[in-house]
Design a protein around this ligand. Structure first.
Ligand code: DOR
Ligand code: ZN
Length: 449
């Protein structure tokens, strides 16, 4: 007898579209063929998921895979292996690689070069510096356009500091129905604020936070939202949570005044003690404990559209100068492999619901990115599935993570629950924190809508 399906996952608690219910999932040709109580369906592979929770694979909007040009700290293979082990099946890679992705040619070359290295699916962001290049990158399949209103370590070449250029980028995004995301800020104001902090003798992780939460970021945010209003286009704010609670208030006010703005937060999992203990290794996502509570509330309420890992690995050697001079430390830390585990631990400890997790980590990002076959466990969708074990637990060991850099600010943490296994288009890629597939089978996704 020919098996009808390639894979049937049985008796899972399936979470999708705001509902959690026991069901079986049948997969054929990489897509979900059926969901429900499937009695007659035979399959080549049967998985008993009686004690497991099946969620759509995480769709990561904001990661830095560092290829090409910065592969001493990550590459597409290592970054997507980390993703697979962490239940992430789509990773959208930021354009601050070398050469920067600011032209159609650089975009096409990057897409071509990474094609065979993806252990999960990868989408590519375009950089918004040259308005004339944008339509070409849109046609070539870029999932969105990223604007850096600040220059900083590693993204100077993508700096868009002037409003006319920002306006042109937003106009193209509007015309082509493209997602635009910004790293908000104002370089001149930031330089002055930094000088003030230095003059006051500040040289600690909290000084870095003060700058990130300061007037330069908030002014940049307001300017971005005002410009979007003028152009009349919906916009997205990258890692809003690194800019502090006042930035959240700014977005609230803008929304109340009619702005169409979506936001990301990094999982608020590094608090006051981590700042003290880890310093530069906790930047940029760390925040004081009182802010952790505020961001969790905004996330649990669904006010934040997407959880982003902002996976931004740097080597210890690159971080090291920051020990003496905080301003010399490149911000960022690896997070692709740990974000879903941290988010799921927060479900099991009652901070938010599994339905909200799926919404913020898979469904809404997929919609924003125009990836309509992702983010749901439903007939016709890609069979990208993470199975979670609510009864398991996981102690993060930085030596065992897939990222090249070999460190994690979450090292040593014991989390409730664990990522049991990850399926990409019906194929088992990772189990129990290890890659089990033999080859990378991820695609470079092209936005076609
Ligand atoms: O923390 C960050 N790291 N923020 C950015 O915007 C860039 C990123 C990186 O590339 O390291
Ligand atoms: Zn980033």
């Amino acid at each position: 007898v020919q098996p009808r399906h390639d894979l049937v996952i049985r008796h899972a608690t399936v979470v999708s579209d705001g509902v959690a219910a026991t069901a079986d999932i049948a997969v054929a040709n990489g897509r979900i063929a059926n969901v429900g109580t499937l009695t007659g369906e035979a399959a080549a592979t049967e998985v008993d998921a009686s004690d497991l929770v099946a969620i759509p694979g995480v769709v990561e909007m904001h990661a830095h895979l560092r290829e090409p040009g910065l592969t001493h700290k990550e590459d597409v293979a290592t970054g997507t292996r980390a993703a697979a082990c962490g239940g992430v099946t789509t990773v959208c890679d930021m354009p601050n690689t070398l050469p920067p992705v600011a032209t159609e040619r650089a975009f096409r070359e990057k897409a071509e070069a990474i094609g065979g290295s993806c252990w999960v699916d990868v989408g590519l962001w375009a950089g918004g510096t040259k308005p004339d290049e944008l339509r070409g990158m849109r046609r070539a399949g870029a999932i969105g356009v990223k604007v850096y209103m600040v220059s900083g370590p590693g993204f100077e070449p993508l700096y868009t500091g002037d409003i006319p250029t920002l306006e042109s980028v937003l106009a193209v995004a509007k015309e082509t129905h493209w997602l635009v995301a910004a790293h908000v800020g104002d370089d001149n104001l930031a330089a002055a604020e930094r000088q003030g902090l230095i003059a006051a003798g500040r040289n600690d992780a909290r000084a870095f936070l003060a700058l990130q939460h300061g007037d330069a970021s908030l002014t940049g945010l307001r300017r971005y939202l005002d410009t979007a209003r003028r152009v009349d286009v919906p916009v997205h704010v990258a890692h809003l949570s690194i800019f502090g609670v006042e930035a959240l208030e700014t977005v609230r006010r803008a929304r109340a005044a009619g702005a169409t703005v979506t936001t990301e937060a990094c999982i608020p999992a590094l608090g006051s003690r981590d700042l003290d203990r880890l310093g530069i290794y906790a930047l940029a996502s760390a925040m004081e404990d009182r802010d952790v509570e505020i961001w969790w509330r905004a996330i649990a309420d669904g006010e934040i559209d997407a959880i982003a890992t902002d996976h931004a690995p740097h080597t210890r050697a690159e971080k090291a100068p920051g020990e003496r001079d905080i301003w010399a430390a490149p911000p960022g830390h690896p997070a692709l492999q740990t974000t879903l585990p941290l988010a799921y631990d927060a479900v099991l400890t009652g901070r938010w619901s599994i339905e909200s997790l799926v919404d913020a980590m898979a469904s809404r990002p997929a919609r924003l990115l125009g990836l309509h076959s992702k983010g749901r466990i439903a007939v016709g969708a890609d069979a990208d599935i993470a199975l979670l074990d609510p009864n398991g637990s996981w102690t993060v060991d930085q030596a065992e993570l897939e990222s090249k850099v070999g460190w994690s600010p979450f090292d040593g943490r014991t989390l409730r629950g664990r990522v049991h296994s990850t399926y990409l288009r019906g194929r088992l890629v990772a189990r129990a924190g290890e890659i089990v597939a033999e080859h990378p089978t991820g695609y470079v996704l092209a936005r076609r809508d």
